[in-house]
Design a protein around this ligand. Structure first.
Ligand code: HXC
Length: 297
């Protein structure tokens, strides 16, 4: 199987309607495309008309039913309008993907409180707002024969699982996103049969995040630092999203799946393996000698 081929059957999202914020570019676009290729109709939401138009024409060229809806997730009225328009156009809403995010590198001392707030408003408040406005369509409606509710996917990050330089605002925002994922999974899973999950990507090539956050030097060296010796591809995230959104993930609720090749667990290997062997023997020898008179050491 080639990297770009999907291991999933082409109909796993057949008949579903998905709304993807930030769906015009990067990870959001790839999720939109893969959801469409696997049978879903997709509405992509974003702030820039041009980006949306380009995204929609790409999706349609793959035979996907797609529309582009302009809006800012920070504005409740935009969120409500986009949800309503999606339902008006496609007749329902089954899947909401919160992919819209804001980011830039800034040290805490150079980041204004408004810069901090801006990212929280896009990532955390925006995620909640979209969920809030979409709820009435995502609920299970047994009276209409819909015993299972919809699915929400929140795109997070791995930054806050440890701590990341120049990312205090995004780390705080994504920590809130993970928390929203768990709370909604509990409350809306129980009350409305809606599953809510997240994906925490690592560095993913071909995304605005990678473009903005990784200095050129890091881009060329990134592979050396990664446990699997490669950075991620948008495809990796889209496949995880498909798994979670499809029936394969029907018992997964409240989980944020880390898709970063194990990067968040890692630090660069400062000492080569061979040196460790030598070093540890020296340390053992020394420790055996502890207790001998100092003249013998
Ligand atoms: C310091 C900055 C800044 C920078 C903006 N600000 N850019 N501070 N360094 N580079 C501050 C401003 O000074 C201002 O505060 C406040 O942030 C709001 O800035 P605006 O430009 O007015 O905001 P706005 O036009 O709404 O733009 C939002 C944005 C922008 C987040 C700042 O970059 C944006 O729209 N980005 C969207 C696309 C994006 O970032 N995608 C990448 C997502 S990557 P003051 O105090 O001056 O008023 C991603 C990956 C995460 O999420 C995981 C990585 C592993």
């Amino acid at each position: 199987m080639k990297m770009s081929e999907s291991p999933f059957k082409g109909d796993i999202l057949k008949g579903k309607v998905a709304l993807i914020t930030g769906g015009g570019s990067g990870i959001g676009f790839e999720i939109s495309a893969q959801f469409g290729i696997h049978g879903a109709s997709v509405a992509i939401m974003g702030r820039r008309r041009q980006v949306l138009d380009f995204g929609v024409s790409e999706l349609r060229s793959k035979g996907i039913q797609a529309i582009g809806l302009e809006g800012d997730v920070r504005k409740r009225e935009d969120a409500a309008r986009v949800v309503e328009t999606t339902v008006k156009h496609f007749g329902k809403l089954d899947i909401l993907v919160n992919g819209a995010a804001g980011n830039f590198l800034a040290s805490p001392e150079n980041l204004s409180p408004n810069g901090f707030r801006t990212v929280i408003e896009i990532d955390s408040v925006g995620t909640f707002t979209m969920c809030h406005e979409a709820l009435k369509y995502l609920k299970a409606m047994p009276e209409k024969g819909l015993s299972t509710g919809g699915f929400v996917l929140n795109i997070s990050a791995n930054l806050h699982y440890t701590a990341s330089w120049y990312q205090i605002h995004v780390s705080a925002a994504k920590a809130a996103v993970d928390s929203i994922t768990r709370s909604l999974a509990l409350e809306w899973g129980t009350d409305y049969n809606i599953r809510v999950n997240g994906i925490a990507p690592g560095p993913i090539e071909g995304t605005p995040g990678f473009q903005k956050l990784a200095p050129e030097e890091m881009k060329s060296k990134a592979k050396e630092y990664m446990p699997l010796y490669r950075t991620g591809e948008r495809w990796d995230i889209a496949m995880a999203a498909l798994y979670l959104a499809s029936d394969a993930g029907k018992y997964i609720n409240g989980c944020t799946m880390i898709v970063d090749g194990g990067f968040w667990l890692s630090r660069p290997r400062y000492i080569p393996k061979e040196d460790v062997k030598e070093l540890s023997r020296v340390v053992e020898k020394k420790s055996r000698m502890v207790g001998l008179p100092s003249s013998k050491l």
